[in-house]
Design a protein around this ligand. Structure first.
Ligand code: GLV
Ligand code: MG
Length: 307
């Protein structure tokens, strides 16, 4: 397995319509951690077939630096999925890191994609397991099955919440997905965020929040992104270039917490000699083995962000 992108940052995941050569060209210069060229909902039905070749050509042409590079194909409830995957993976070459599957309903859809990728990789001479998967949870059935979906294949690198389709699937009385609903006392997606996060961490994969549709409202984006960032999400979609910088900032571990995690680990090691002596004092806080585990995770996250 190569899975180059498994542990790369995904603070900002830029969505680019795969039918637009102009937007694809512009995306090269936008500093998103991850970029996905879309064949699904941002592409008009009449342009979907032609867009396959457009995205494959754009990836094969190079110039994508080190970011995670992905193509979102159409869902398995259309007739487009298998040709999307065959044409894109065959034409794009080894720089393609991942395929994103939207509206995943159950583990079988992930297994089917895995099998298809295994055959294509063998045919075109890519290393087995080269292509990773991102799975979108955006239907009620998908959410019910999220644990088995996340664990369905070693190719799955990240799970992504899709608030717009999810709100439609739930028949929520909202017309803009992925924004605050001030009338609701609390966060109307709190349960959903937590359930997806738990499934992701149990499977050892990254977890990404979806789009914020009010693209002119960067303060609203920052406020809303902080909800999933506080829970521990790794990043969020950007559907406009101006959103990228906000997201890179919100999902970057704070220097203060990173430094504190390093100090805590040093203090715990010094006090226990690495032998784990139970609870010790760190400043005015009592710390123990659970504190060490939190600090280890946080330090690893900070190191990934080059702190
Ligand atoms: C994204 O695909 C969404 O439906 O929110
Ligand atoms: Mg969607």
């Amino acid at each position: 397995m190569s899975l180059r992108s498994r542990s790369l940052l995904r603070r900002s995941c830029l969505s680019v319509p795969g039918s637009s050569e102009r937007f694809i060209t512009k995306a090269h210069d936008i500093g998103a951690d991850m970029t996905f060229l879309d064949l699904e909902d941002s592409v008009a039905p009449s342009e979907k077939v032609a867009a396959r070749a457009t995205v494959a050509r754009a990836i094969a042409a190079g110039g994508w630096d080190d970011r995670v590079l992905c193509v979102r194909v159409n869902a398995w409830d259309t007739v487009l999925t298998f040709r999307d995957i065959v044409e894109v993976v065959t034409g794009a070459g080894e720089r393609l890191d991942e395929i994103m599957l939207p509206k995943v309903q159950n583990a079988a859809q992930v297994v089917a994609t895995d099998l298809l990728l295994t055959q294509i990789e063998a045919e075109v001479g890519l290393e087995p397991g080269h292509i990773g998967l991102e799975v979108q949870i955006e239907t009620t059935t998908g959410l019910i099955n999220v644990e088995e979906i996340c664990a369905a294949s070693p190719r799955v690198e990240a799970v992504v919440f899709g608030p717009a389709d999810f709100a439609a699937s739930m028949e929520m009385p909202v017309l803009t997905g992925g924004v605050e609903v001030p009338e609701y006392p609390g966060d109307h997606f709190h349960y959903v965020f937590s359930k997806i996060l738990m499934a992701a961490r149990a499977a050892g994969i990254q977890v990404i929040d979806g789009p914020y549709l009010k693209i002119a409202d960067l303060d609203g984006l920052r406020r809303y992104a902080q909800r999933s960032a506080m829970l521990g999400y790794d990043g969020k979609w950007a559907i406009h270039p101006t959103q990228v910088e906000v997201l890179n900032d919100v999902y970057r571990p704070s220097q203060e917490l990173f430094d504190k995690a390093c100090d805590l680990l040093d203090a715990y090691e010094a006090a226990t000699g690495g032998a784990g002596r139970g609870a010790v004092m760190f400043g005015d806080e009592m710390i123990d083995e659970a504190s060490r585990k939190m600090a280890v995770k946080f330090r690893a996250r900070g190191e990934k962000a080059h702190m």
